[in-house]
Design a protein around this ligand. Structure first.
Ligand code: AMO
Length: 429
């Protein structure tokens, strides 16, 4: 029976494994193969005079990255990976790989990001790259388990919609029979509508689509957002929840992904609570002490400003109390100083991870805010009507999964954290 490679130890007597040929070395009388599956790498040693003729024959024809089955005796050997090797009695090629390979999975020849993404299925065979996606899987599983334990209901909302969510121009139009439709930018309106539906606490992990034209190392045109919305909660309550989630997720990854963390060579420290909460005006002051292009009240934070503040704070933090004018129409203004609103961003020292707010739950105020943004309340009627039949106060946030993984693992490009990134120039694979 096939054993995962990791389960073959120096004490195993006999093993059958199936995996990809990671490396081939021929030293004349002796040849070595490294065979890889998702659990690890093992050396297969072929002393030419001591193995069956069929094994030798097959070994001569096998190419790197072919899938092979090996059955043989296991020997403890110090110098080999994992301190053991297999001397095969049987060797079959299950699926031969063409040569040359478009990409060196053993990473002896480095490849540009574009080459890597062009052959992503091969790129992801690299233990280092696979480790990223193993951890990403743990991040989303841990987040879901955490939110379920806090009473949040997992929902799924439409990705094909008739109206912009965030206002803005970053919409992908699509042809929807005889109507115009768009790929949804955010589950925002739907998660709020579920508050009117009485669900009280919901979450969704799903794609968001942003037609941002610029190609940067931290933007995707299709990203994954973890969205949360909670009734009878204000911005502080949902910041507490977000902070707890981040700490929980980091803790789970540290506990369960030690091998992957070691493979990536990152120092994964669980962030300490509470995260500082810095008012927007103070954040601007901190940034202006460091950046050349000074910011004024009402400016969004430039990447340089974010980095400057991050350098000073040195850990995860929130920027709170934003000017109402630069936040979406649904953010709740403070009643006593309506030029500021109950919105926040969760920041990693390198970049923004999440945005959120307490929402306006008063119908007429919401209509006024939509108008003030130059949008038409008519196109939001499906959303606005849910505010006319009993809408509880509520708050929530959206957290970018790729950015969370990127900052957690200190990746230099957001594309490292997506299997098949969509950017300005890429629709394939
Ligand atoms: P916002 O637009 O700030 O807020 O998005 C929330 C988070 O989603 C991630 N994100 C992206 N990641 C990669 N590429 C992109 N193009 C991209 N766009 C967004 C970021 C960002 O912080 N409706 C609100 C959330 C809310 O208030 O609940 C919203 O969508 O990490």
């Amino acid at each position: 029976m096939r054993l995962p490679i990791r389960a073959v130890t120096p004490k195993t007597e006999f093993a059958e494994i199936i995996g990809w040929v990671h490396e081939v070395r021929d030293l004349g009388g002796l040849s070595f193969f490294l065979i890889r599956d998702r659990t690890g790498i093992i050396q297969v040693t072929i002393p030419k005079k001591k193995v069956p003729a069929e094994v030798l024959d097959t070994a001569r024809n096998v190419s790197r990255e072919s899938v092979v089955r090996v059955r043989g005796r296991v020997k403890a050997i110090e110098k080999a990976p994992g301190g053991r090797e297999i001397v095969p009695e049987e060797l079959d090629i299950i699926s031969i790989a063409e040569s040359p390979l478009p990409l060196d999975v053993a990473e002896k020849v480095p490849a540009e990001m574009d080459t890597r993404i062009d052959s992503r299925f091969l790129d992801v065979r690299k233990p280092r790259v696979r480790a990223i996606f193993f951890i990403r899987s743990m991040v989303t599983c841990a987040a879901m388990e955490f939110l379920a334990s806090r009473g949040c209901i997992n929902i799924t909302t439409p990705k094909i919609v008739a109206a912009a969510t965030e206002g803005g121009t970053e919409l992908f139009p699509i042809a929807y029979f005889e109507k115009e439709a768009f790929m949804n930018q955010s589950p925002q309106l739907y998660k709020q509508m579920m508050m009117a539906a009485g669900f009280e606490a919901v979450f969704e992990i799903g794609p968001i689509f942003r037609a941002e034209e610029h190609n940067t190392i931290r933007h995707l045109n299709e990203a994954t957002s973890l969205d949360v919305e909670v009734s009878f909660a204000d911005h502080n309550d949902v910041m507490d929840l977000l902070e707890d989630l981040i700490v929980h997720v980091y803790g789970c990854v540290r506990e369960t992904c030690a091998d992957q963390i070691a493979e990536l060579g990152v120092d994964l420290t669980v962030p300490a609570k509470p995260f500082p909460r810095i008012p927007y005006t103070e954040a601007i002051d901190i940034a202006n002490r460091a950046v050349e292009e000074k910011l004024s009240f009402g400016d969004d934070l430039s990447p340089a400003a974010e980095r400057a503040i991050g350098d000073v704070i040195g850990q995860h933090y929130f920027i709170v109390d934003w000017p109402t004018d630069i936040r979406p129409y649904y953010a709740m203004p403070y009643p006593d100083r309506p030029e500021f609103c109950k919105a926040f961003d969760l920041m990693h020292p390198r970049m923004e991870l999440s945005s959120g707010a307490q929402r306006i739950h008063d119908h007429d105020l919401l209509v006024a805010r939509i108008r003030a943004k130059g949008l038409s309340p008519e196109s939001f009627e499906f959303y606005l009507r849910t505010f006319r039949y009993g809408m509880p106060p509520h708050a929530g946030w959206g957290l970018g999964i790729e950015r969370l993984v990127m900052t957690m693992l200190d990746l230099s490009n957001i594309r490292e954290a997506v299997l098949f990134p969509r950017d300005r120039h890429r629709l394939m694979p």
